[in-house]
Ligand binder design. Structure first.
Ligand code: PGA
Length: 311
């Protein structure tokens, strides 16, 4: 069994077909099939079965895939650890972040960290919460930035910054400018939602259900940018991280709606797998985040400057 065969096997799992794996690895389809066949011979078990135009894992394949992802992820981490030990401070920092933190929080943190460690090589992937958690669990990233760690996936989390979710709308929206709007008044509004798998969307659904709010309609838009633009042009109201809307509120493009029970006071966490050691660069970044979180002034969310509504 070779590392190459295992990488090929995982590529088939992740792409759902031999063709997809071959394209992702820049190799021929017969070489992918040969690698999988060699593993199947050695394990004396079929790893894939046909499914539509692609393939899916058999039960044996599923059992094997978890260990392969873990083993190859640990190997990557070991390679990083060795490189960092040979040339201290130069290691790779494989990060994954949920969309909102990736766009509005992580760049600033990386700038501060790189000022201390100019030779560290950050690689940041950004996707919604579901994506980010999958990357961490598969050891495709060493450290994640996102909301509270989920139960039952072997992930630990360290609180690093506040994350307050606020309700925003176009400045001309009738709810803007009223003080302490009751949640009952939010029923009958059109709510703009992030896509499935987004932490913001899950938090919004939880808030709507908990407060008994019945939206007139829910419109799903696939990014913070699309949701903000839609709110700005008056398509509806939306709950977003204050970090994501601070600039638009400052610029008068969006306005905060003051609602009893809001903001939702949450936190950003540094997330990592409980099992196994972090590579040195990730360990140092985590230490930097912990120290930074403990500094006075970092425990409060930055309130967006309020604008007087025009007129
Ligand atoms: P999201 O995650 O950017 O995927 O919505 C934000 C969060 O988890 O709070």
């Amino acid at each position: 069994m070779t590392i190459g065969q295992l990488r090929t096997f995982l590529a088939v799992v992740r792409n759902g077909s031999v063709r997809g794996a071959a394209a992702a690895l820049f190799v021929s389809e017969p070489s992918v099939s040969a690698a999988v066949a060699a593993l199947e011979r050695e394990l004396k078990a079929d790893l894939f079965e046909r499914h539509g135009r692609g393939v899916r894992l058999t039960t044996a394949g599923e059992a094997f895939a978890r260990y392969v992802a873990d083993a190859l992820g640990m190997l990557e981490q070991g390679i990083d650890a060795a490189r960092d030990a040979a040339r201290p401070g130069t290691g790779r920092l494989r990060l994954v972040s949920v969309t909102t933190a990736g766009e509005y929080i992580v760049p600033r943190l990386l700038r501060e960290f790189r000022a201390r460690e100019p030779e560290v090589e950050p690689i940041l992937e950004v996707g919604n919460r579901a994506f980010a958690l999958d990357r961490l669990v598969a050891r495709e990233a060493d450290l994640g930035i996102g909301g509270r760690p989920p139960q039952g996936r072997g992930l630990a989390g360290v609180r690093i910054l506040p994350n307050h979710l606020i309700l925003v709308a176009a400045p001309a929206h009738p709810l803007v400018g009223r003080s302490a709007v009751a949640v009952a008044d939010l029923s009958g509004e059109t709510w703009l939602m992030r896509e499935q798998g987004s932490g913001t969307s899950a938090a919004t659904e939880e808030f709507l259900a908990g407060a008994g709010i019945q939206p007139r309609a829910r419109l799903m838009l696939g990014s913070n940018g699309a949701v903000k633009q839609a709110a700005a042009v008056g398509l509806g109201i939306t709950l977003l991280s204050r970090d994501a809307v601070a600039l638009e509120i400052d610029a008068g493009i969006l306005a905060e709606v003051s609602v009893k029970g809001l903001p939702l006071r949450r936190h950003w966490y540094a997330l990592y797998l409980e099992r196994g050691a972090l590579p040195p660069a990730a360990e140092r970044f985590l230490k930097f985040l912990r120290t930074r979180a403990a500094e006075p002034g970092n425990e409060r969310s930055r309130p967006a400057r309020r604008r007087r509504s025009p007129g």
